[in-house]
Ligand binder design. Structure first.
Ligand code: ATP
Ligand code: MG
Length: 515
């Protein structure tokens, strides 16, 4: 495999030359060279903390480089803000949407364009309708954004950016939230946009997507460019090696083994949607010791409600939840935890971290009184340090030190802290929601291996994920959650990605399949 830069003079639209960006204690971009050609789909790939978002933010005017420069069509580009970038024809969709949910699609688009165009709603409507027709997207311009699916919301974000007439579109992990059908749709449209001359820079952790979609790939590692390659010349394995610097297992190996007693039994629970975290409408399931039950589903179909009910944050109005011998239907969270329940919520950053605390403190948060870390109320600092260093090493948490302030870590590295902490006890039941969302392949590999190890130890694992590859890889049984219920359960060998995808989208009604 040839990893020397592939350059074609005269073809470049956007070039980063020796771009360096330093944050306290870390060189996020270290003399980065990137050349993006007009009309290509160029993927940026790299582990958590490799510097992808930082580089994109520099191209989009969020940060100014400490050294080096950016050229657009051969001319030096001096950006002071995203507004400058948009004026220069560069747009970006960040991973977290910036839409206003109670407003309509059209209002969201027009707001993005500034007050002046506010008057020109009819012009906006015309362009919006034309755009959706061109790309075969069925979205009602008058629909309230909060009621659209995540995939549709992403379209609104993308259109908002394109509305400014940008020539270069940067997308930071756009597929993390989509169903398989949603990803196909996005890719179809991105290809069409490329064929019409748009240049696309795409950040993703999913190698399959990189191979399927991109023309070229630039791999970053620890702030440096490892290389730029033509996608046609490489396989997933090559990209993984470039990213990680070693061979990576692409498959989590899972041996057959017997399951034990039922650890979690949920019977016909109902939960009203009073907190905006979804509702349950008669959901039943059981998970045995030594079994991973994978729950596939598009977000917003009751995953959060199910999570809340199991961990005791909310209590069902009807139905029962049993963990081993205990009825926990109405037990508060600390009583549930005492039953040996470890949990990793989907919105872990909001729920699970103290951003101003050090990495070390967050790694033992909630466990600081555990016997391992304290005796008679006195903290065992040596043991805490050992545990922190061990976690940082195993999960490859990219941080200058265990004492670093947590808020400065990259998105994926924040997630690793919580996973490390939650998997450190000896639980009887583990409930995880999107355990590898935003994690790079090495960290995902480690987390998946750990979940399988726990299952082999006899732990019951309830895994909720929108990543179907992950569901298929890990699950002993797969269930689909749709509209607050589970009406379809199958063994992985007895179903397919497509079939699960259709149930997730609610396209097929479960015909006689019972949990
Ligand atoms: N505002 C900041 N202050 C301090 N350090 C930062 C800041 N932003 C990013 N960093 C650091 O710069 C490095 C690169 O971060 P960046 O967000 O670019 O990574 P990334 O490749 O996008 O990772 P991920 O896949 O986890 O999103 C990380 O070590 C991160 O901790
Ligand atoms: Mg990032």
């Amino acid at each position: 495999m040839d990893t020397t830069p592939v350059t074609a003079p005269g073809n470049d639209i956007l070039v980063a030359e020796e771009v360096t960006k330093v944050f306290p204690g870390v060189i996020a971009n270290d003399a980065v060279n990137l050349n993006v050609r007009r009309g290509e789909i160029h993927c940026l790939l790299g582990e958590n903390g490799a510097g992808k978002t930082t580089l994109a933010d520099i191209l989009y005017g969020v940060y100014r480089p400490d050294d080096g420069r950016v050229l657009l069509n051969g001319e030096p580009l001096d950006l002071h803000s995203p507004r400058d970038a948009i004026e220069a024809g560069i747009g970006m969709v960040h991973q977290h949407f910036e839409l206003v949910p109670p407003m309509s699609v059209i209002e969201n688009v027009v707001i993005g364009t500034g007050a002046k165009q506010w008057l020109d709603l009819s012009e906006a409507r015309r362009r919006l309708e034309e755009f959706f027709a061109d790309y075969d997207v069925e979205i009602d311009p008058d629909a309230e954004v909060g009621r659209l699916s995540v995939g549709e919301q992403q379209w609104v974000e993308i259109f908002k950016t394109l509305y400014f007439g940008v020539e270069i579109l940067i997308l930071d992990e756009p597929t993390a939230v989509l169903t398989p059908q949603g990803v196909d749709e996005l890719f179809r449209i991105l290809r069409q946009m490329r064929d019409e001359g748009l240049t696309i820079i795409l950040i993703t952790h999913k190698l399959r997507e990189v191979i399927a979609l991109s023309d070229r790939v630039t791999v970053l590692r620890r702030g440096e460019v490892v290389g730029t390659v033509n996608t046609a010349d490489v396989e997933q394995r090559d990209l993984a090696r470039m990213m990680v610097g070693r061979d990576v297992l692409m498959q989590a190996d899972k041996a057959q083994h017997d399951t034990g007693e039922v650890v979690l039994k949920i019977d016909d629970i109902h939960l009203a949607s009073d907190t905006g975290r979804g509702s349950l409408k008669g959901l039943s399931l059981d998970v045995r010791g030594g079994e991973i039950l994978g729950i596939a589903g598009v977000s917003g179909n009751g995953q959060n409600a199910l999570f809340d009910a199991v961990v005791g944050v909310r209590h069902p109005e009807q139905g029962t939840i049993r963990i081993a011998d205990a009825d926990t239907t109405h037990a508060p969270p600390h009583k549930v935890a005492l039953q040996g329940v470890a949990s990793v919520p989907g919105d872990r950053i909001a729920q699970g971290l103290m951003m101003d605390f050090s990495v070390k403190e967050n790694l033992i948060l909630g466990n600081q009184r555990a016997r391992r870390f304290a005796r008679a109320g006195v903290l065992n600092r040596a043991e805490i340090d050992r545990f922190a260093d061990e976690s940082i090493e195993h999960f490859e948490i990219k941080t200058p030190s265990a004492s670093q302030t947590t808020s400065t870590l990259s998105g994926g590295n924040l997630q690793k802290i919580i996973m490390a902490r939650e998997l450190s006890g000896e639980p009887r039941l583990i409930i995880v929601h999107q355990p590898t969302r935003g994690l790079d392949i090495a960290a995902s590999e480690y987390v998946r291996r750990r979940l399988i190890e726990e299952r082999d130890r006899g732990v019951a694992v309830l895994l909720m994920s929108e990543d179907l590859d992950e569901i298929f890889q890990l699950s002993d049984r797969i269930a689909v959650i749709y509209d607050g219920r589970i009406d379809y359960v199958a063994e992985p060998e007895a179903t397919s990605l497509e079939e699960i995808g259709l149930y997730m989208a609610g396209v097929v009604e479960a015909a006689g399949a019972a949990p």
